[in-house]
Design a protein around this ligand. Sequence first.
Ligand code: G3P
Length: 217
Amino acid sequence: MKFFIDTANLEQIKEAQALGILDGVTTNPSLMAKEGINGETNVKQHYVDICNIVDGDVSAEVIATDFEGMVKEGEALAALHEQIVVKIPMIKDGVKALKYFSDKGIKTNCTLVFSAGQALLAAKAGATYVSPFIGRLDDVSTDGLNLISEIRLIYDNYNFETEILAASVRHTMHVIDCAKIGADVMTGPLSSITGLLNHPLTDIGLAKFLEDHKKNA
Ligand code: G3P
């Protein structure tokens, strides 16, 4: 399972990269705004800065919602760095844009996916990644993990190569459950990754080992 971090915060990306287990980064316009990154030049530079920290795919989202606009923006984003993946919303023109970029060999991430039908369309259009938002489904009393299971079944039925990128991951149990189901990738906040480290028995056991070691010193 690949681990992506879902942030535009460079310090958090550096921290995850330093752990040695980071496979990529996902961003979105809200995450960029949270870091105060605005204006075309600054946004583009920020994507390059992220690419220079992480070894792996970096999703950069288009703002346009029409086919021509998405193609223009996506091509400009893809030209920034070889690690850029063009993130495209699951709307009608987005499906067309996914097919366009797929035919050109440019990697894509289909975002804002909330149903198995949408995920099927994304795979048919040749998306590199599909991003079902599990946390936001949970937020409206719908089982986000069940959607991951449905997509896994459909993709396996037809050997679709599109990778399931479990997005809107909020906590460690989301990560573990996605791994059990067989999501190819998860993207979440730094806490959902570092939280996997935690177990009180590890802390208690280590304290005891160090204490016993001192006795013999
Ligand atoms: O990758 C999608 C993600 O950014 C959405 O997460 O927590 O805003 O639902 P969240």
